[in-house]
Design a protein around this ligand. Structure first.
Ligand SMILES: [Fe+2]
Ligand SMILES: [Fe+2]
Length: 221
């Protein structure tokens, strides 16, 4: 059976993305994992990521005409909101009050603004689901190891059993949507540009947070 143009292209893009993530998300793991940071501060970063992930999928929903993709975005809106709640419940059990916490008090992130500006479904999927969610999966894998290393088994379990399977589903939505929608070289260029833009903004944002927090193990969404 010969693979369609879309399937072949997505396979290539997946390899490119994993190679880029091998470089961008690589750091001296054991050494970094051993450093105990402020878990509440890290989880508040996760809360902002989750609310933005929910909100961008909601923002795109009414202006995405492909029904499978639209419904995929709708599911993601709910999934990311559920992740937000799971993290809140964990923090509240630890006695952290979130009464006055507003994850968007400092505004939306530069990545959110870039995603908001994307109008084609191909770009949205390439940037939001295909790339942003792949970054989240990588970062969460590391974050789970960090949580386990410091004895936060409950939160590690929530990430492993509940959050990560959803993030994987969101990434798959990106892959499957792109397989269907990529029809020619111009589409592939648009998808690749959206992927690169997402990687570069996410990397800049990560470096800024790492500088501020002094920690390298950051949660995704
Ligand atoms: Fe997600
Ligand atoms: Fe999430």
């Amino acid at each position: 059976m010969t693979l369609s143009f879309g399937v072949k292209t997505v396979n290539t893009l997946k390899q490119e993305l994993q190679r880029r993530l091998d470089v961008l998300e690589q750091y001296p793991i054991e050494q970094e994992l051993a450093r105990e940071g402020n878990l509440t501060a890290l989880l508040k970063i996760a809360l902002k990521n989750e609310v933005e992930a929910s909100e961008i999928a909601a923002y795109w929903l009414p202006t995405t005409s492909e029904i499978d993709i639209k419904l995929g975005f709708a599911r993601q809106v709910g999934d990311e909101a559920r992740h937000y709640r799971l993290i809140c419940e964990f923090l509240e059990k630890r006695g952290v009050s979130l009464e006055d916490f507003n994850p968007l008090a400092e505004g939306h992130s530069p990545l959110f603004a870039a995603l908001q500006g994307m109008s084609r479904t191909v770009e949205r999927l390439a940037a939001g689901q295909f790339t942003r969610e792949a970054i989240a999966i990588r970062r969460n894998e590391m974050f789970i190891r960090y949580l386990e290393k410091h004895g936060h088994m409950d939160m590690a379990r929530i990430y492993r059993d509940q959050i990560q399977p959803d993030e994987t589903h969101h990434h798959e939505l990106g892959c499957q949507g792109l397989e269907q929608l990529l029809k020619n070289d111009a589409d592939v260029s648009a998808a690749r540009a959206a992927m690169e833009r997402t990687l570069s903004i996410a990397d800049e944002m990560k470096k800024a947070v790492q500088k501020k927090s002094g920690l390298k193990t950051l949660p995704g969404c």
